[in-house]
Design a protein around this ligand. Structure first.
Ligand code: DGY
Length: 321
């Protein structure tokens, strides 16, 4: 009987995923779920055929160059791949895959939650109850802004952006978007397209970010572009923290230029810019866009489908390089 391929699994995965891994592969699990450094990854991958990392492991050019020769594939347990230096992987002949599609609904749900929570000041209201400081009802306390019928700008109209647009239409929101390429009318379904981010921004009562983190989108939402948003706009980010210049966003939330922000992703997670914590008009979640049980199972199965294909000599469905 042929030996099973050896797979290094960098974080604790859902039980059903670990069971399938344990059955089909010689899996090296991470028992205490600690985030491995680059040096640890290199050592732990000795003799491994593949690695299943998450976005918490930084597979930089340097780490990839020093991975053992045995490593043929990196099947990331994530749709985002900004934590992996694809060029270096390609140069080493290491196949890299991700897990698109299966987390789009869950991420759009969290984007909607952030949009609603930020607009209606959900966390301040909840704080009143939890701290037992809710004294009486009044017509003027905890006033937020309404969402129904407002203009939603979507920056990046890929899978998640399109689902977000559908959900927002349920709130009668008017959809405006920027994408590198204009969508066909069957996908656009009445949304208004802008050829540049700058052209989109003045039309956004709400702006929801859904583009990938790349060198081109690094700090895309900076002070200059925030100034183009209408006064009192709300910014939502479920994509990657790197797309936002934190200092610029915090300044705009402090000055009242923006009404609020709803954020699930941050630069330098989990050591986020402390400025966000002091702001009452920031509604903050700890990168839980895909954290629904069904979704996290589906992400693991998708990563394994990719590895199964590779080790059976087929082309993995979600090959990036
Ligand atoms: C993703 O899949 O990219 C999510 O952000 C979780 O890593």
């Amino acid at each position: 009987m042929q030996d099973k391929p050896v797979v290094l699994v960098t974080r604790k995965l859902p039980q059903a995923v670990e069971e399938r891994l344990g059955h089909d592969y010689e899996a090296r699990f991470n028992q205490d779920d600690r985030v491995y450094s680059g040096d640890e990854l290199i050592k732990l991958a000795a003799g491994a055929d593949a690695i299943i990392p998450t976005h918490t492991e930084k597979l930089s050019a340097d780490v990839i160059q020093h991975l053992p020769e045995s490593v043929r594939a990196i099947a990331s347990y994530s749709v985002g791949y900004d934590h992996i230096d694809l060029e270096s992987a390609k140069a080493r002949g290491i196949i890299v895959t991700n897990t698109p599609e299966v987390l789009s609904d869950a991420t759009a749900e969290i984007a909607m939650l952030l949009l609603l929570g930020a607009a209606r000041r959900a966390h301040e209201g909840e704080q009143l109850i939890r701290t037992n400081t809710w004294s009486e009802w009044s017509p003027t306390y905890n006033l937020g802004i309404g969402v129904t019928g407002k203009r939603l700008g979507i920056l990046g109209m890929g899978r998640v952006g399109q689902i977000m647009a559908r959900r927002a239409r349920g709130f009668d929101m008017e959809i405006h978007y920027y994408n590198r390429h204009r969508l066909g009318s069957e996908y656009e379904t009445g949304a208004t397209y802008y050829e540049t981010v700058e052209a989109l921004l003045p039309h956004c009562d709400f702006l929801s970010i859904h583009c990938p983190a790349t060198p081109e989108t690094h700090h895309l939402l900076n002070a200059r572009r925030i100034a183009l948003l209408p006064d009192g706009a709300v910014v939502v980010n479920t994509a990657r923290g790197a797309i936002i210049d934190d200092e610029a966003l915090i300044a705009a939330l402090r000055s009242g230029k923006l009404f609020a922000a709803g954020l699930d992703v941050f630069n330098n997670e989990p050591d986020i810019n402390p400025g966000y914590r002091d702001l009452q008009n920031s509604f903050l979640l700890p990168h839980i866009g895909s954290a629904a049980r069904e979704t996290r199972d589906a992400m693991g199965f998708r990563a394994l489908d990719n590895l199964d294909a590779l080790f059976a000599g087929r082309e993995p469905h979600d090959r990036l390089v």
